[in-house]
Design a protein around this ligand. Sequence first.
Ligand SMILES: [Zn+2]
Ligand SMILES: [Zn+2]
Ligand SMILES: [Zn+2]
Length: 438
Amino acid sequence: MTKKPRKTGLIFFPAFDWAISPTHPEREERLLYTQDQVFEEGLLDFENILEFKPGMATVEDINRAHICVPDARSVITESHLISAGGAITAADKVLRKEVDNAFALVRPPGHHAMLVVHGARGFCNINIEAVMVEYIRKHYGIRKVAIVDTDCHHGDGTQDIYWNDPDTLCISIHQDGRTLYPGTGFPEEMGGPNALGYTINIPLPPRTSDEGFLYTLENAILPILDDFQPELIINSAGQDNHYSDPITNMRFSARGYALLNDRLSPDIAVLEGGYSIEKALPYVNMGIILAMAGLDYDSVREPDFHAESLRQSDELTRKIERDVAEIHRLWKSRHSLKKKMVGDSRYTRRRKGIYYDTDGISEHQEETVRICEDCGGLVLIDSQADTGKRIYAVIIPHHACPACRLEGEDFFGKIPVQQYSHVYLQDRDKDNFQVKSR
Ligand SMILES: [Zn+2]
Ligand SMILES: [Zn+2]
Ligand SMILES: [Zn+2]
């Protein structure tokens, strides 16, 4: 397979001083093995593969994507700023056209971090993709972005942050939530009233192999991307679908990951999970890097790879075909579904319980969204955690219409601060973040 080589940027940040615990798989060796492999295989000797140092994200960058309680500094470490900063560096290099695409091989990961952050869940404190996307919007004026999450776990944090944003298409493909953390990510989760259909969840059964992943890519993800026409495609490149991963049950291979990346052709890939430190990560990352750079990845193969033993059953193949057809049907009917869902109500309200498994915090949230035909709609969040903190947040969307803006500013002005420990205004449109506290 010979293709046109592309200039690919790589950003490494293994985060030596950040780990859940010394023996937990979420530790720096995850990246050190990969980094070694990249050097040993001489990938950096290719003229079209360039390495860049990660920059550092700022608190302002975080506040564009999150409501951190009580503030950004108190929920992150310096490693988080560099991890998000590495993703931002990847974006800068691509958007300044120094490279054609870029891969941020950084940790800590981020895709389980939701809009409101009371602590860490699923090893994530801040959502590094969302911090990057909001940075891109602010500095490069890009509007339509697609985030394709190929981590084995549902990208529930990314979904939450963009739930009400019709300009951000969030597609997550993951192991069925009935069999894996975080237990969500079903096709019925389709986004808020003004963004219905722009959250797409594709759960795959345990033991899905390369065949199933690539079928889903060709028949659901690529046609939907083609309809949506994003200005930028971001890949949350989790590698825990690998057949050797110790915490999941899939049968994806390094070559499968390379093929997927080649067809998806993301502008920016950001590493998420992947815990088979020696048996998978070095090969999967090699495959992805070669595919991004337009180089031959045919020789990428795990030493213990055995195609026959990884084959998925025919029954499973048929199930995936049915599920993919349903995903496509939901996408095509998104406009009529909105009418059915909202009727003539002016607001929608949803209540949700969020558990921060890493930090052992429970949160109860009530989200109110203004139904709007002209923008993503004003979002109001009342959030109470068992840490004793109760906060209120007013979110004015990008490209807010005058009515949503007016109502949002009015709410922020009038909200009784005594009831809450903090009241926040996140004006995504004017890039204005404000906090009031009692
Ligand atoms: Zn995913
Ligand atoms: Zn994962
Ligand atoms: Zn509006």
